[in-house]
Write a protein that binds this ligand. Structure first.
Ligand code: UD1
Ligand code: UDP
Length: 349
């Protein structure tokens, strides 16, 4: 039986791995590695619990640090695991430091790498994620793109071998867990009415530094509607450091699990976010998205008229909240929710 090592370590990676590991485990031995880049229970363990992910065989417990520190720690700790497990494939997800480090270690050991969410580009190398994407795609043998855009971006960089368009595993997760999230009482628990509030998330590197952070705090605090903001610990630390606080109708709550987040998203009038994954999830659940960035990798959501890029400009944010994107239809942009099966077939057939 083939053996696949699946490397996760950040909140969105649990969501991506959950459907894929089920599809892989039906036909291969799956060995889970958790780098420990995210370690607070509400950013890590809750996803294992809610999404039924098997506990990892290997926990690297690297914790937080600078980009170099984190990457170096993962490299050092994952190498002996990859040598001992000697997998047929090392599967990596998305664009985080965990993705980058696992890719580098596997490449140097001659272990073939499968990149889930390949070919995404913001064309902004000041984003740490963009650097991680470019390096990971350059070293991968199997590159699974959520849409044609990813394959086009790779072709423009001369990468064509091993590229396939399979759809998005986050669409699989939305299909599988969306109905379960319907049972969540998260909206009522916050005393909210469906359709009566905006959901927000902020954690992107540039948005947790000044001047963007202060601008976003002022812009959201001035909005004339209820805003629920499950706060990423990075942003919480940044607010504390800068002596800033959300005010007005912004309700700051701790980060919530995937099912609660999905319930809050489905009940929201719109999403305000700088997240990559949440932009897509808003689309999957037909919720208008206002993106607090100047660029996005998920360009199809913008072309479809479902997502608006507003950066950190208060007037643009207020205008988008008053008149959110309203596409005539929500055609499937990222596959049919069966990407995981296609990836499993491509790797194991
Ligand atoms: C990381 C990814 C980002 C992804 C995000 C998902 C990189 C470069 N960035 O960003 O692409 O969108 O995960 O959420 O890999 N912290 C805690 N508890 C935790 C984890 C982090 O308090 O469990 C705090 C620490 O102060 C830490 C800071 O958050 O220094 C940033 O964490 P880090 O993993 O470096 O980056 P994220 O912003 O989480
Ligand atoms: N998410 C969650 N709880 C939250 C915020 C986000 O479960 O409080 C989920 C969300 O549904 C999505 C993923 O986390 O699946 C997105 O992660 P994040 O925004 O941290 O990272 P990005 O996608 O930007 O890399």
């Amino acid at each position: 039986m083939a053996k696949v090592v699946s490397v996760v370590g950040n909140r969105p990676q649990y969501v991506k791995a959950a459907p894929l590991c089920v599809a892989l485990a039906a036909r291969a031995t799956v060995v889970g590695v958790d780098t420990g880049q995210h370690y607070d229970p509400e950013l890590s363990q809750i996803f294992y619990d809610e999404l039924g992910i098997a506990p990892p065989e290997h926990r690297l417990a690297v914790g937080s640090g600078s980009h170099a520190e984190m990457t170096a720690r993962i490299l050092e700790r994952i190498e002996p695991v990859l040598i001992a497990e000697a997998p047929d494939w090392c599967v990596v997800y998305g664009d985080t430091n965990s993705t980058l480090a696992a890719t580098l270690a596997a490449a140097k050991l001659g272990i073939p790498i499968a990149h889930v969410e390949a070919g995404l580009r913001s064309f902004d190398r000041s984003m740490p994620e963009e650097v991680n994407r470019v390096v990971t795609d350059g070293l991968s043998s199997a590159l699974f793109c959520p849409s044609q855009t990813g394959a086009d971006n790779l072709a423009a960089e001369g990468i064509v071998d091993g590229v396939s368009i399979v759809g998005d595993v986050m669409a699989d997760a939305a299909r599988l867990f969306g109905p379960i999230a319907e049972r969540s009482t998260a909206v009522a628990d916050l005393g909210l009415e469906p359709g009566g509030y905006a959901l927000a998330t902020i954690h992107r590197d540039a948005n947790t530094r000044q001047p963007a952070l202060g601008r976003l705090v002022a812009a959201l605090s001035a909005l004339d509607c209820d805003v629920v903001l499950p706060l990423h610990p990075r942003t919480a630390a940044a607010l504390e450091r800068e002596g800033l606080a959300f005010a007005g109708r912004v309700r700051v709550v701790p980060p919530v699990g995937y099912l609660e987040f999905t319930a809050l998203l489905r009940g929201a009038r719109l999403l305000l976010t700088d997240s990559g994954g949440a932009q897509k999830e808003a689309y999957f659940h037909a919720v208008p998205c206002v993106t607090l960035r100047d660029r996005t990798e998920w360009v199809e959501t913008v072309s479809a008229g479902a997502n608006m890029l507003v950066g950190d400009d208060a007037a643009a944010i207020a205008a988008a909240v008053s008149g959110p994107p309203a596409p005539a239809a929500w055609p499937a942009l990222y596959g049919d929710g069966h990407a995981a099966e296609r990836i499993a077939s491509a790797l194991l057939d």
